[in-house]
Design a protein around this ligand. Structure first.
Ligand code: SF4
Length: 71
């Protein structure tokens, strides 16, 4: 899994950082999403999917990656 976000469209709700704190954080100055782990551990997949579903701006997406260490 590879995580992508469109930071320009992020509304800084913080849902992603709340649901998957190992993968997402927020910039201190404006709260815009920061991806901590573009290629998360498998144990984080469910939390990431939760974040995808609950992001109010719908700016988080995931790609399947054959090689989880890729990228
Ligand atoms: S949940 Fe979506 S809108 Fe909220 S901070 Fe994360 S990426 Fe931005």
């Amino acid at each position: 899994m590879k995580v992508r976000v469109d930071g320009d469209a992020c509304v800084a709700s913080g849902m992603c950082a709340y649901l998957a704190p190992a993968v997402f954080d927020q910039r201190e100055d404006d709260g815009v999403v920061v991806v901590l782990r573009e290629v998360p551990d498998e144990g984080q997949y469910e939390a990431v999917q939760d974040a995808v579903r609950n992001c109010p701006a719908r700016v988080i997406s995931v790609e399947d990656a054959d090689d989880p260490t890729e990228g």
